[in-house]
Design a binder for this molecule. Structure first.
Ligand SMILES: [Zn+2]
Length: 248
């Protein structure tokens, strides 16, 4: 690994994986915004955590274990399974295993404002994000684990057994990614999406024993407008004393 600089790794799209982890090189999206990222019109995850197909850090047999778990698990209760919005599975060779969850990060999709209430409109939007993340960014799947729509429905995104691609590099480790469809610089979140976000995040906090101090927004992990000023303001309120997430 001698001679490989951070810049080289960024340019080649490698992520921290088995082949470089041993070299002690720390890659992170935190605190950086590349020019390529600024030029890119589509959702908010940075280009430099694009996994290279040959960079997969995992223990032997993790994929079989993941399949076994999924087989018995079914969709999370109250969550619309991904089969409702896409026929595509994740490209697991591009992903790292999650290996446990100890923090949560909330996003918006950052595209045009979105207020549609139909299943069809939400599923089209989620599929568009997945296609951009997979075909545009070269990622394994949609970057987020869960998606909340303006009606408050929760949709399954990337399988929980796979590390997400939503917070940049190292910030993705053990980090549950939740996106609220829409652009909360340009619109206000609906009451339904807020209620659902509160309930759902609170349930995940209890499920994984995550304190409110480890529930983040994207911009708290790296410089970005995500999740938009209106959703950011809401997140600050709900996590403060007396807020729903603060009481979870
Ligand atoms: Zn984000």
């Amino acid at each position: 690994m001698d001679g490989i600089t951070r810049r080289d790794i960024v340019r080649s799209g490698l992520v921290l994986g088995a082949s470089i982890a041993g070299a002690g090189i720390i890659l992170g999206g935190c605190g950086t915004t590349s020019s390529a990222q600024r030029r890119r019109p589509l959702p908010d995850a940075p280009v430099y955590d694009r996994p290279a197909p040959d960079v997969v850090s995992h223990k032997p047999g993790w994929l079989d274990e993941w399949r076994r778990q999924r087989a018995g698990q079914g969709p999370v209760q109250g969550v619309i399974p991904r089969s409702a919005w896409t026929r595509q599975g994740p490209i697991v060779s591009r992903a790292d295993p999650m290996g446990g969850i100890n923090r949560i990060t909330v996003h918006h999709d950052g595209m045009t404002p979105f207020t549609a209430t139909s299943d069809a409109a939400a599923s089209r939007r989620i599929e568009a994000i997945r296609a951009a993340h997979v075909n545009g960014n070269g990622w394994a799947d949609i970057g987020y684990h869960y998606v909340i729509d303006p009606s408050g429905r929760v949709w399954e995104g990337r399988p929980l057994s796979l590390q997400g691609a939503h917070a940049g590099g190292e910030n993705n480790r053990n980090n549950l990614g939740i996106v609220v469809l829409g652009n909360y610089d340009d619109q206000r979140p609906t009451n339904e999406s807020i209620a659902s976000l509160d309930n759902f995040v609170a349930a995940q906090m209890q499920r994984y024993r995550i304190p409110v101090s480890r529930v983040y927004t994207h911009q708290e992990l790296k410089p970005t407008a995500c999740p938009g000023r209106n959703l950011q303001a809401y997140m600050e309120r709900t996590r403060s004393r007396g807020g729903t997430m603060a009481r979870a």
